[in-house]
Structure formats: structure tokens, C-alpha cells
Design a protein. Structure first.
Length: 258
């Protein structure tokens, strides 16, 4: 899953693709580099980020999405917890809703996904938007797995079909650095939920290493992705698609070797 941030303040690439033509060029690049899914977002959810309302998010995303949807062949995921943003994005050609709150922040997303048949990524997190990075009492990998399982159960109760669901343990959200690392190490727990498993470690602060070298964060990302695949991840969300594709393909071969 290749990341395209249409934001002014994302920690890695904020402001780089706000122009619709630049966004289109990057989307085509993500596809050419080998991504299987394009994930487009109009709101940064990094620690300390400013929440934006649905109207502003629509202004950031929809003009570019209109161009991108007719140009790329891979599925498009809209990274949002606002039902109205997801509705507009699906109308323009998005097929997947990637909700960091697992339907918690805007319950209308569940009805929209049911009505449109969109795929959904259900991520583990806690609290309202302003407290989504609260790390107090962040729990064990087992408790996080159980909470994510309850999110899935709630989605099924709201009419989401099992075939539409991908689960995401939400590393870096509502978790300390230590707990995020434990979750990555214990991805086998989340496989027991019985759904495809997405992980998104790319360039996050909890894997940061103190090495003053360009692209050190991508090296750290590569290590976490390789281990995540070995532990059972089916989908990885990344910024540097081309290099991480090499990591993914190598890890796949090693994991599947007889």
C-alpha cells in the first residue's frame, strides 16, 4: 500500500503533493513502483497534529482524486475517519475506506461501507481524535488483539461482510514505543482474528534510530517490514514504494522457502 499524503503537515512528506498535478504524478509513480493499493489521505494523524473537519479534508483530497482515479489501475483507499469524506471519495472512484478509528469517530462510515460495498481497514486505536495518541495504560498485545477483535465484531453487527475487512493493529497509535514494538513482534496474535493483516510502520518515530545518515528511517522501516511479513502481515503501508517492494519480495521468498 503506497502512501500519498495530500496534507501540509504530514511528518514525512507534508506539502509535497498538494497541487493536483503533482499528486497525479506521484500516484502514477506509486503505481509504477509496484504498489498494489494507493492510500490517499487529507489529514495528518501524527502526534501533535491539528485535526481538520470534513470540509477541509474534502478540499484537500477530492480535486486530486478526480484526476487520479481515472489514471491509475490499482485500487484506491481513502484514509479518513469522516463519513462525508469517504462518501465523496467513493463517488470519485475510491474502493476502500481506511479508518484509523475503526468506525469509532464517525459511526456513519459503517453504513456507508455497507451501502457501497467498499472494503474497510479497521485499525486499533483508543479515544477521541485529540487523545488518539494517549499512551497511558496502553495494554498488552493480547488486550490490543481482543479490542481489535471487538471492533471487527461491531463492524459485522453493522452489516459489513467478512470479505470486506482488513485489520490493522495500529502501531504508533494509542501505544508507547515499547508496546508498538511488542505488537510488531507478536503479529501472530492478530492473525488469529482470521482477517488479512495490514501494518504501517513506515518512518514512524517509534522505530527511529540515532544515526545521522540520510534515509536512516527507511532502513529502520525495511527491518520492521521484513519482520512483519515473517510474522504474518499480508499488506504493508509505506512511503518509499520502490525500495520497500524489494524488501517485501525478498521477505516473501525467505518466508515461503521450503
Amino acid at each position: 500500500m503506497g502512501i500519498l499524503n495530500l496534507t501540509p503537515d504530514s511528518f514525512s512528506d507534508g506539502g509535497l503533493y498538494n497541487d493536483p498535478q503533482k499528486a497525479l504524478d506521484r500516484a502514477l509513480g506509486i503505481e509504477a513502483e509496484g504498489a498494489h493499493v494507493l492510500d490517499i489521505g487529507g489529514q495528518s494523524t501524527r502526534p501533535g497534529s491539528r485535526p481538520v473537519d470534513a470540509e477541509e479534508e474534502i478540499l484537500r483530497v477530492i480535486p486530486s482524486l478526480k484526476r487520479i482515479a481515472s489514471a491509475v489501475k490499482i485500487p484506491i483507499s481513502i484514509d479518513t475517519y469522516h463519513a462525508e469524506v469517504a462518501r465523496r471519495a467513493i463517488a470519485e472512484g475510491a474502493q476502500i475506506i481506511n479508518d484509523i478509528s475503526g468506525f469509532r469517530l464517525d459511526p456513519d462510515i459503517a453504513a456507508l461501507a455497507r451501502e457501497t460495498g467498499a472494503g474497510v481497514v479497521l485499525m486499533h486505536s483508543r479515544g477521541q481524535r485529540g487523545a488518539i495518541h494517549d499512551r497511558e495504560d496502553d495494554g498488552s498485545p493480547e488486550s490490543i488483539r481482543d479490542e481489535l477483535g471487538q471492533t471487527v465484531t461491531d463492524a459485522l453487527d453493522k452489516g459489513i461482510t467478512p470479505e470486506a475487512i482488513v485489520v490493522d493493529p495500529g502501531i504508533g497509535f494509542s501505544k508507547s514505543r515499547e508496546t508498538s514494538l511488542k505488537v510488531l513482534k507478536r503479529l501472530d496474535l492478530f492473525s488469529t482474528l482470521g482477517y488479512p493483516l495490514l501494518v504501517g510502520p513506515s518512518r514512524k518515530s517509534f522505530i527511529k534510530v540515532d544515526i545521522p545518515v540520510a534515509q536512516a528511517s527507511d532502513w529502520s522501516t525495511a527491518a520492521t517490514i521484513a519482520l512483519a511479513i515473517q510474522a504474518g502481515a499480508h499488506l504493508v503501508r509505506v512511503h518509499d514504494v520502490l525500495r520497500m517492494r524489494a524488501v517485501v519480495e525478498t521477505a516473501d521468498r525467505l518466508t515461503s522457502a521450503e
